[in-house]
Design a protein. Structure first.
Length: 202
């Protein structure tokens, strides 16, 4: 299970399919677990019995939308993976924005190598430990931070009043250097306008 506390963030990163839009509604990877009031990210490697258990828990009202507090159901399929969905019609506006950020993040990361989630997990774990020790440090995954829209970093980090956008690149090659350099400059300009410091790891 992957939990994100309201005050402390706990992640175990796996390669996730972020394409969560489906006909007749919007889907979410995150839900608020009513029993412990923590944000819960549904894993993508659940067994069939675990998926059924999630569905049963959802039917009991265990998962609600973290934005509008509406009851959520659990769905699963070969294309969309495992996800949460509002019971009736389309999701609330904040959930649509979250889904849009997820899709944009997936588009930005589509060319990364399988090493990317492993590196991200190690880096985030280290920052998470620091955020639990020091009150002036907070971290989150970029796609869960509403600050970002045009570009979505891997990690959103704040130290005192300074905010950082951390992005990891694992797909740099000689053939793509020029294109990546232009993209990096665009990202730096975007973050600069938002008064956010960009940190990137190659």
């Amino acid at each position: 299970m992957i939990y994100i506390s309201n005050n402390e963030t706990f992640f175990k990163i796996t390669r996730i399919n972020y394409k969560y839009h489906f006909i007749g509604g919007f889907s979410l990877r995150e839900a608020l677990h009513v029993n412990n009031q923590q944000l819960y990210i549904i894993p993508q490697d659940l067994t069939n019995s675990q998926i059924e258990n999630h569905k049963q828990n959802a039917n009991k009202g265990t998962f609600i939308c973290p934005y509008c507090e509406a009851k959520l159901k659990v769905r699963s399929g070969p294309v969309l993976g495992n996800y949460f969905a509002h019971l009736h019609g389309e999701g609330c506006e904040p959930s649509k924005q979250s889904e849009a950020r997820s899709k944009k993040y997936e588009k930005l990361k589509k060319d990364d190598t399988p090493r990317h989630p492993q590196i991200l997990a190690m880096m985030f774990d280290e920052l998470d430990v620091l955020s639990r020790v020091y009150d002036h440090i907070t971290c989150n995954h970029g796609y869960l931070d509403t600050t970002f829209s045009t570009y979505i970093p891997d990690i959103s980090l704040q130290i005192h009043e300074h905010k950082y956008a951390i992005t990891i690149f694992t797909n740099i090659t000689s053939a793509s250097d020029a294109t990546k350099a232009k993209n990096l400059q665009k990202q730096r300009d975007y973050y600069a306008k938002c008064t956010i410091i960009m940190l990137y790891f190659l």
